[in-house]
Write a protein that binds this ligand. Sequence first.
Ligand code: F3S
Length: 56
Amino acid sequence: MVTKVDKDKCIGCGLCESICKDVFVLKNGKAQVKAQKNIPCVQEAIDGCPVNAISK
Ligand code: F3S
């Protein structure tokens, strides 16, 4: 499993970082994956991202 954020889609809403800060961090208004971790909040972030920018 490799978690990725599509930077072209990300609008920087911050939801992924707020619910899963061990994996996602916002930099310059875009989310990036800071660590690959197989934890449930990754799926919550995928489901919650308003523009479907996260995949795994
Ligand atoms: Fe971007 Fe979606 Fe996270 S818009 S900041 S990847 S919840």
